[in-house]
Design a protein around this ligand. Structure first.
Ligand code: ADP
Ligand code: MG
Length: 362
């Protein structure tokens, strides 16, 4: 069903995205590209695209979902290793032979087909050695997905960049798919252009998912309602109020199916979306508490229409009643851009999507 709130995991339920899907399949499958990046706003369909591609590729996969650490201030090696352990146990259940390849690694204990990893500093299992083992085991390749990888910027006491670089250079059979909703942050984490970074100069192919266009949004809704045998014609109203982010359109479709009342379905979608957006903005502010009111003030200005740099400065100074330095203003805006709360259009700062604007208006 198209109006299912979970990420789609098979091609029949993925609307459009054909070009993007064949790119992922081609990069990861045929071209053997070591790291493929999938970028796009939250709820634009990154996880869906990746899951469908994996199914089409039919290769063993480790899927590390970092979104669950979104509300955390930091991420420990224990968190990361337990995620990995869970994933690798799913593989050993399907492919018992893999256990033989994991046996000799320090920090790995085995009982039957179950593996446990230690994160204790004197005996911590190394991510690089695990990848080595996967590389030796998988004759046709293994996919390692780091979904919402910008969360790894919060890692404390470990750094996976050197391991990514090692795998990039040496492990032919390991292919990474790295996704991120907070685009600037993801690039800041990967530091591909920083000569000091382990990943410096490594080429990576990027696939960017954008919200549906008006035409795609209408066709998506039309197909979804058709599946449910529902007559519907107010497409323009929906697109006008919600924009083209697939996640919101999916929610609207489901609510309309439930109530058969468009204004109620739209209102509930807006309530749901704005509540989520505000909570996610709260996560963004976790490590910015001292400037919390300033970030909120900027979002309120942006919500009412695009604003220029000097307007932001004037607005913030009016709010605080003191001078706010130029570098501070630029830093606030950079953080908002990096985390995809705002986008820059012709030198103005605008909400990244209509519902972000709705979330900060009232
Ligand atoms: P992201 O990982 O970018 O946050 P998801 O893949 O979780 O996005 O998608 C968000 C929601 O939108 C889910 O309910 C998903 O089913 C739906 N969705 C996104 N893209 C599509 C698509 N191309 N076809 C059908 N449903 C989609
Ligand atoms: Mg996702």
């Amino acid at each position: 069903m198209l109006f299912d709130l979970r990420p789609k995991d098979n091609k029949a339920n993925l609307f459009d995205r054909e070009a993007e899907l064949s790119k992922v399949i081609n990069y990861v499958g045929k071209l053997n590209i070591p790291i493929t990046i999938v970028l796009g706003l939250r709820r634009v369909g990154k996880s869906s695209l990746i899951l469908v591609a994996i199914k089409e590729l039919n290769m063993p996969t480790i899927y590390i979902d970092l979104r669950k650490f979104e509300e955390r201030q930091y991420l420990s090696y224990r968190d990361f290793i337990l995620e990995l352990q869970h994933n690798i146990n799913e593989l050993t259940r399907r492919f018992p032979k893999l256990v033989d390849f994991l046996k000799g690694i320090s920090g790995v204990s085995i009982s039957g087909f179950r593996v446990s990893f230690s994160w204790k500093s004197n005996n911590r299992v190394s991510f690089a050695q695990l990848l080595d083992a996967l590389n030796d085991w998988a004759s046709d390749g293994v996919i390692v997905v780091l979904d919402e990888a910008q969360e790894l910027i919060k890692a404390r006491g470990f750094n996976i960049l050197p391991t990514l670089a090692y795998a990039y250079d040496n492990l032919r059979r390991i292919r990474f798919i790295v996704s991120g909703s907070e685009m600037g942050l993801l690039y800041r984490f990967l530091r591909i252009k920083d000569p000091e970074s382990p990943l410096f100069g490594r080429a990576m192919d990027t696939i960017e998912l954008t919200p549906f266009t008006r035409g795609q949004a209408i066709e998506f809704l039309r197909r979804g309602f058709e599946e449910l045998n529902i007559e519907f014609k107010d497409y323009d109203e929906v697109y006008g109020k919600l924009g083209g982010v697939p996640g919101w359109l999916t929610y609207l479709g489901l609510k309309y199916y439930e109530y058969r009342d468009l204004s109620r379905a739209i209102d509930e979608t807006i309530d749901y979306a704005t509540a989520l957006i505000r909570r996610e903005f709260g996560n963004f502010l976790i490590d910015k508490q001292s400037a919390k009111d300033r970030y909120l003030a900027i979002m309120r200005m942006v919500a009412n229409g695009c604003v220029g740099w000097s307007e932001v400065k004037r607005g913030l100074e009016a709010l605080t009643g003191i001078e706010v330095s130029d570098s501070r203003i630029s830093e606030y805006l950079r953080q908002l851009l990096d985390s995809s709360w705002v986008i820059k259009v012709n030198d103005k700062y605008c909400p990244a999507e209509p519902l972000i604007s709705a979330a900060f208006k009232a």
